[in-house]
Every structure is written in structure tokens, then in C-alpha cells.
Design a protein around this ligand. Structure first.
Ligand SMILES: Nc1ncnc2c1ncn2[C@@H]1O[C@H](COP(=O)(O)OP(=O)(O)OP(=O)(O)O)[C@@H](O)[C@H]1O
Ligand SMILES: [Mg+2]
Length: 220
């Protein structure tokens, strides 16, 4: 991100939610983004995800300005996002949730089934879960399905907005370990917005948002 600002503009006011942020995100690392409510964390993440474009400055993905990329492709192929509320498709089974992004890429059900099963296996969910609907899962299991679905995109940039916000301590540890392994073993870039300082302290790099400004924190 080079001098990236984001301004929410409405008829009555404009809010500068992110102010001139400079930041490089590398593969193989876990980044924690901390900061008070309203400090701009989710806004920052949605720009990384290609959900919104910067109002000022520019974002580069492997050297290419997002302003020149096809944003639909960028969102679909280059990034994946997981949320506090899991955001699984409620009317799809577990396996269908994971298959969906693969089908969006134009792959056929037969070829994607095995890939989806692999991703579910890597988050510790076996065939007894495949045909369940999201409401038949615990919170921790739902978030693991969301991670498997994120992996199915094949993207190297995994963005997580409060991924453990609805989880107990044990599930928080499981999910954080999964995300860490994805960075350290599978060489993804993992960015986690979190209020949980215990989680943040275990990240490789801690970034603090303060009223739209981003600051790199020294890790002890
Ligand atoms: N759609 C919007 N229109 C106007 N202002 C907005 C909009 N969305 C967010 N904001 C404002 O932008 C600022 C940053 O919001 P953002 O959601 O990025 O904060 P956050 O750090 O993610 O907070 P939280 O920890 O509560 O999720 C806040 O002042 C917020 O009120
Ligand atoms: Mg937020």
C-alpha cells in the first residue's frame, strides 16, 4: 500500500477512515492488525481484499496497481476473506460451501470434489461433516469450514476480520494455529484483525491502527 487513504463520503459528511498508509505484506508471515473500534481496521482489510478501492494512493499486488487489475478476478483469485460471523452459505452443505469458489472458477463438480475434501481434511473435518449444513456445526467447526473455503480459492493472501471473535479460548487456539500454519508451511500471507492481544502477540508482525493511522509495533 502506497500512501493509501480511504474516505467514506456521504451527502452530509466525509470520514477519513484510513490515512496515508504505507505497508508491505509478504507471503510466509502472519500479520495482526490491532486498534480501537472505529480505528479503520476493517476498512484497511476491505481494500486489501479488493472490496473497495483506495480514495487516494495505490495498492499493488505483485507490482501491479489494483486500479489496473480486473477487480472481480482479483477478489475471486488473489484474495480470500474470513469473518467473525463465518458467513457460510446457510443453504449449502459443508462440502458445497468449499466447492463453490472452485465452481466460480469454472471447474466441474467431479474435479473439485477431491480438492474440497483435501481442504476440509487439512482443517480437521472428515466425511462425517460433508453433508451437514452450517447450522449443524459448532462455531469452531464453522470457522474451519470458512478457512477450507478460503483455501479453495487458491489465493496467497488470506484476510481475516476478527476470525476468533465468536470463539472460545480452545477454538481460538485451533483457528489461530491453522492460520499460522498456512503462513509458515504453505507460504500464504495471513492478515488477522483482532482485539485479542494474546493472539496479536503470537503474530510475526503487529500493526496498530489509531484513528486511521497505521503504526508498526515492535515485537518483544
Ligand atoms: N459505510 C460507512 N460510512 C461512513 N463511515 C463509515 C462507514 N464504515 C465505517 N465508517 C467509519 O470509518 C471508521 C473506520 O471504521 P472501520 O469499520 O474500519 O473500523 P474498525 O477498526 O474495523 O472497528 P471495529 O473494531 O469496531 O470493527 C469509523 O469511524 C466508522 O464509523
Ligand atoms: Mg471492524
Amino acid at each position: 500500500m502506497k500512501n493509501v487513504s480511504y474516505i467514506y463520503k456521504s451527502k452530509y459528511q466525509s470520514v477519513e477512515a484510513v490515512k496515508k498508509v504505507n505497508l508491505t505484506i509478504n507471503q510466509g508471515k502472519v500479520y495482526a492488525v490491532i486498534g480501537k473500534s472505529g480505528s479503520g481496521k476493517s476498512t484497511l482489510l476491505s481494500m486489501m481484499a479488493g472490496i473497495s478501492l483506495p480514495s487516494e494512493g495505490d495498492i499493488f499486488y505483485n507490482g501491479d496497481s489494483v486500479k489496473k487489475l480486473n477487480m472481480e478476478e482479483y477478489r475471486r483469485d488473489k484474495t480470500s476473506v474470513i469473518y467473525q460471523t463465518f458467513n457460510l452459505f446457510p443453504l449449502m452443505t459443508v462440502i458445497e460451501n468449499v466447492i463453490y469458489p472452485l465452481e466460480l472458477k469454472g471447474m466441474k463438480y467431479k474435479e473439485v470434489k477431491g480438492i474440497a475434501e483435501n481442504h476440509l481434511g487439512s482443517v480437521g473435518l472428515d466425511e462425517q461433516y460433508y453433508m451437514r449444513f452450517p447450522n449443524m456445526l459448532s462455531g469452531g467447526e464453522r470457522q474451519r469450514v470458512a478457512i477450507a473455503r478460503a483455501l479453495a480459492t487458491g489465493s496467497k493472501l488470506l484476510l481475516a476480520d476478527e476470525p476468533t471473535g465468536n470463539l472460545d479460548v480452545a477454538n481460538t487456539d485451533v483457528v489461530f494455529k491453522l492460520l499460522t500454519d498456512l503462513a509458515h508451511q504453505d507460504n500464504l500471507a495471513v492478515v488477522i484483525v483482532t482485539h485479542d492481544l494474546a493472539i496479536a502477540n503470537k503474530a510475526d508482525i503487529v500493526l496498530q491502527m489509531q484513528d486511521g493511522n497505521l503504526q508498526l509495533m515492535e515485537q518483544s
